[in-house]
Design a protein around this ligand. Structure first.
Ligand code: FES
Length: 509
């Protein structure tokens, strides 16, 4: 017999409530909150786990086995992708506790009045800030996981989904336009709506294309060069956003290949195009973007670092959320856990610290192997969380990609780290990153640790500068001074990359 009952599902920590029909998939509900299904909902990755705070969710024997394999108690945990709603529920979504990196810098330029919104559209997170143009004050921020994540955790899987057909591409575009529209509506009160002058969006090249509903096929294969990198303008009407028709909406241009307007904004935030001395900007993400430049001469590249810095493909990896080990003391191996409590995994900064610690202990050798065979490839950090040899390999690939990109840009420019005034490191990893450990394991290189500056969310900081009309000439200035360097075409790439896989001092510049 059909059950026409409805149930209330309360989602923590967001405090959102949903009324859903009996038998609705819990995966669908948490998917709407931007939870990504790293294994595509097959029950094997455990990333969609939710904690049951109230109510019951039926458990099959298979589901119980999968939970136990992941060290999760069936009394209080479920995998959302395998669960149906048959009761009123309150659940906690650990992925929703991610520390989304916003930017609190307040800037006022010129004499403009009214309001504007800066949008940092990341593959993982979407941050929107409402700014009072006359004072530069941030009136509100909205940070959410990108709801496209239900169609893949990273840009490669998003591209794969989008190129299946026009309907899939449009679906991703509509999903993100609708999400940002809702985030904007939550920030803009009706009494100020008429005075919202503009919305400026920045993001990587794939996010640009997916928001703008452009074909991502050129980004799916060599030479990864799209003919559609220009800025795009929209009316608020076509986006169905609750903003006046006079409000301009612009997605800023990509620079080249996989270097998007988030990096353009990052360059603006450090004013690289106005500096006499050389500066570097390294964005540590799945796609690592690296820029080295000064006034009139800027070189950029992108490198596929893989998702290790976000805790993905790491045996007990997780994002920087509650329960993640975010740092490891270099002398005694003591771990720091986000939110306190028991560690349930390792986030990117914890991974770097753990590798640094075990390298110092000589438990990991120069090649990245775990020296003592009796350990069977496992180095315990806590009773429940270990670093595995496979994780060290993942990290080696990521750090070699970043280090090689950086070194080859310096080589191409004919400079060394001595010539750099500052090396800005941006991206979510930066919050907890221990610079000295990152230098010691070869992820970063500098002549001194003092050169390194944590730049936080430089894309959002730069995007807020671009809210003001007087920064418009900067866009053309940066674009005309910037040249893209194709790492894969460099004859030195292989040598540098192989050398950077090792844990030892970098190759002389
Ligand atoms: S999505 Fe991987 S376990 Fe649910």
């Amino acid at each position: 017999m059909q059950n026409n009952q409805e149930h209330t599902v309360r989602l923590e920590p967001a405090g959102i409530e949903r009324r859903v029909p009996h038998g609705t998939s819990l995966g669908q509900i948490v998917g709407e909150q931007g939870v990504d299904f790293a294994c595509g909902g097959r029950g094997v990755c455990g990333k969609c786990r939710v904690e049951l705070l109230k109510g019951e969710v039926e458990l099959t024997e298979w589901h119980r086995t999968l939970l136990e394999r992941q060290g999760l108690s069936p009394a209080s945990w479920r995998l959302a992708c395998l669960s149906l709603v048959t009761d009123d529920l309150t659940i906690r979504i650990p992925q929703g506790e991610q520390q989304i990196l916003t930017d609190e810098t307040e800037i006022r330029l010129g004499e403009e009045t009214g309001y504007a919104l800066a949008v940092d559209l990341g593959s993982t997170t979407v941050v929107v800030q409402l700014v009072d143009l006359s004072t530069g004050k941030i009136l509100g921020s909205s940070a959410e996981l990108n709801r496209q994540s239900r169609h893949g955790a990273d840009i490669i899987s998003r591209i794969s989904y989008a190129i299946q057909g026009e309907a899939e591409r449009k679906q991703l575009s509509e999903l993100i336009r609708e999400q940002i529209g809702e985030q904007i509506a939550s920030l803009v009160q009706p009494e100020i709506r008429a005075e919202v002058r503009r919305v400026v969006l920045v993001g990587n090249s794939v996010m640009h294309h997916l928001f703008c509903d452009l074909d991502v096929t050129p980004l799916s294969a060599y030479p990864f060069q799209s003919p559609n990198n220009a800025a795009r303008r929209f009316s608020t009407d076509e986006l169905h956003w609750a903003l006046p028709a006079s409000c301009e909406v612009v997605f800023l241009p990509n620079i080249s290949h996989f270097v998007g307007s988030d990096i353009l904004a990052g360059m603006e935030s450090i004013q690289i195009h106005k500096q006499e001395k050389w500066q570097a900007l390294i964005d540590l993400g799945t796609n690592g973007e690296i820029v080295v430049g000064r006034r009139g001469e800027i070189l950029c590249t992108s490198t596929a670092a893989g998702p290790a810095f976000e805790g993905i493909n790491i045996t007990q990896g997780m994002r920087a959320v509650t329960g993640a080990i975010c740092s490891v003391n270099e002398s005694d191996g003591h771990v720091e856990v986000i939110g306190g409590g028991e560690a349930s995994g390792l986030c990117g900064s914890g991974l770097i610290d753990a590798i640094h610690y075990f390298c110092q202990q000589e438990a990991i050798d120069m090649s990245g192997s775990i020296a003592d065979e009796s350990r069977h490839g496992e180095l315990p950090l806590t009773p429940k969380v270990s670093l595995w040899e496979k994780d060290v390999r993942e990290f080696q690939l990521a750090k070699a990609a970043i280090a090689t990109g950086f070194q080859l840009l310096l080589k191409e420019l004919g400079i060394t780290t001595d010539d750099l005034e500052h090396i800005y490191v941006s991206g979510g990893l930066g919050t907890y990153l221990d610079v000295k450990h990152a230098l010691a394991v070869g992820l970063l290189q500098a002549s001194s640790p003092e050169q390194i500056r944590k730049a936080g969310n430089s894309a959002l900081a730069g995007c807020k500068l671009f809210l003001y009309r007087e920064t418009r000439p900067d866009i053309a200035e940066i674009l005309s001074a910037t040249r893209h360097f194709a790492l894969e075409a460099s004859p030195d790439f292989q040598d540098y990359y192989c050398n950077n896989l090792f844990f030892m001092p970098p190759m002389p510049e």
